[in-house]
Design a protein. Structure first.
Length: 487
């Protein structure tokens, strides 16, 4: 049995021990997970990491050797160590499903449990969801500029560690990729494994032609790496020669072609396609690689590049352009005498002020087009709009009103059970293919202006009037009694 209990920060443990010493360690709390800005200066984020989170929480425990290590630090007393040795998560978690398109400020995950559970699990929970949502979002941006092409995740050798490569490959699939070169990810998650060859194969033979022939003899669907020596003078002509030989032997497969990994990919692909067509192979695949990302692929297409298959490695698996997703995990309610008291963080930095209380998120869709209209963060007990006119009020500019007319919209509750009483909820264990299909459908609900790589529109996330009023009241009370009293 695995144990993940040490995947946390030291202060989480010193805090929970301190709370235990004064009898507050099993106080019931509610925490929200959200983020403040889209990565890559984009118009959206894609949720990923829930499958990993389920695995992480189910294995969050402390083995004897973990307890022995903690004892050796000289920081923890025996009562606390005994408590940790028996620790299991027994709470509830609600979350937006993997593949959901989300926006800054809204609740992506709601955590119900003890303060000890929340503190000990916070670090790993944030690490997993921040990383995998970041990769899924980067992959989706790449997919958005190549909507009909084959996208292959090639990033394992450049990933920042084993786990990043493994779970990053899965996140790339949620973001719209077709497969991965990562064999372990293929086995573990059922992802199609894809690949061509490396320059080392070519250089293992006395000639490029011999290398191509042998590869085509051993494997069907050969994609031959054409730029080891000289793409247009050597690689492409040799590939054509091999394809002619295969055709003469009635062995030319349905899928075959070349990959270019260096040079001017726009020019080389155009010339290679011309040479292939003139030789009688107009359907040959022209694949590309070499430090690709959404901007490069978009530029190459604008230059008339003929590639329809892309091997994307470093810049996807490392989320080039946005080193981290700043998701946060903040208390929004605390149990007192059998009731939950709303809590919020107040700061001179207005972007760091949180929303109090136990909340839900409603998403509004246009009935006719199916496109997304807006999201509403509301208190969990509020009445859900049901077909009548509904008025949205912008919190930061309350003179602004958006009226949703009756019979023009439908609303969907976005937070679904992930854990109930410490166990994965019924329906939480969906297949990766179901998640991929859902993610693609989610993207189709966005208007094009949110998909722009540069200067996209930003979806306005609204707060319900009761939530705005609760927030105002807490701030007023806090200022009246001293800023440290935030309930």
């Amino acid at each position: 049995m695995k144990s993940n209990g040490l995947v946390t920060d030291l202060y989480q443990m010193t805090m929970t021990q301190g709370l235990m010493r004064i009898g507050m360690h099993e106080k019931e709390v509610v925490f929200d997970r959200f983020y403040r800005e889209n990565p890559f200066q984009g118009g959206y984020t894609v949720v990923a990491g829930l499958a990993h989170l389920i695995d992480f929480i189910q294995n969050f425990r402390y083995k004897k050797e973990d307890i022995d290590y903690l004892r050796s630090l000289g920081l923890f007393d025996e009562a606390y160590l005994t408590y940790l040795s028996r620790f299991r998560f027994h709470g509830d978690i609600y979350a937006m499903p993997e593949g959901t398109v989300v926006f800054p400020g809204e609740v992506l995950l709601r955590f119900h449990g003890t303060i000890t559970e929340a503190m000990l699990l916070e670090t790993g929970l944030s690490m997993i969801l921040n990383h995998e949502s970041l990769i899924a979002t980067k992959a989706r941006r790449i997919r958005s500029v190549a909507p009909h092409d084959t996208l292959m995740e090639f990033g394992l050798r450049r990933a920042q560690g084993h786990s990043a490569g493994l779970w990053g490959a899965r996140a790339a699939m949620i973001g719209g990729f077709d497969g991965t070169s990562n064999v372990e990810a293929g086995k573990r998650f059922g992802i199609p494994v894809l690949g061509t060859m490396a320059h080392s194969w070519i250089m293992s033979f006395d000639s490029e032609l011999e290398a191509f022939r042998e590869y085509a003899r051993q494997y069907k669907n050969p994609i031959l790496l054409a730029d080891t020596y000289h793409a247009l003078e050597s690689g492409v002509p040799h590939a054509i020669q091999v394809f002619r030989e295969l055709r003469s032997e009635n062995r030319l497969p349905r899928v075959y072609g070349i990959r270019l990994d260096s040079g001017d990919l726009a020019y080389l692909s155009q010339k290679a396609s011309q040479m292939m067509t003139e030789a009688g192979f107009p359907d040959a695949v022209i694949a590309g690689s070499n430090d690709l990302d959404e901007y490069t692929i978009q530029s190459l297409k604008q230059q008339g590049c003929t590639m329809t298959s892309w091997g994307v490695g470093t810049r996807c698996i490392t989320a080039d352009g946005s080193p981290s997703l700043g998701g946060v995990f903040k208390m929004c309610a605390r149990e007192e005498n059998g009731h939950f008291i709303p809590k919020m963080k107040i700061s001179d930095n207005t972007s760091k002020i949180t929303n109090p209380g136990i909340k839900n998120v409603l998403r509004f869709y246009h009935k006719e087009t199916g496109k997304m209209i807006t999201d509403l963060v509301c208190l969990a007990g509020e009445k859900v709009p049901s077909g009548g006119d509904y008025i949205l009020v912008t919190e930061s500019a309350r003179w602004r009103r958006k009226v949703l007319r009756a019979d023009t919209y439908r609303s969907v509750s976005m937070l679904r059970p992930l854990f109930q009483h410490g166990c994965p909820a019924e329906g939480a264990d969906v297949t990766l293919q179901e998640t991929v299909d859902y993610a693609s459908h989610q993207m189709n609900t966005l208007w094009p202006e949110y998909l722009r790589l540069m200067n996209p529109d930003i979806m306005e996330v609204n707060l319900s009037r009761p939530l705005q009023q609760l927030k105002d009241q807490i701030i007023t009370d806090a200022l009246g009694h001293g800023i440290s009293d935030l309930s």
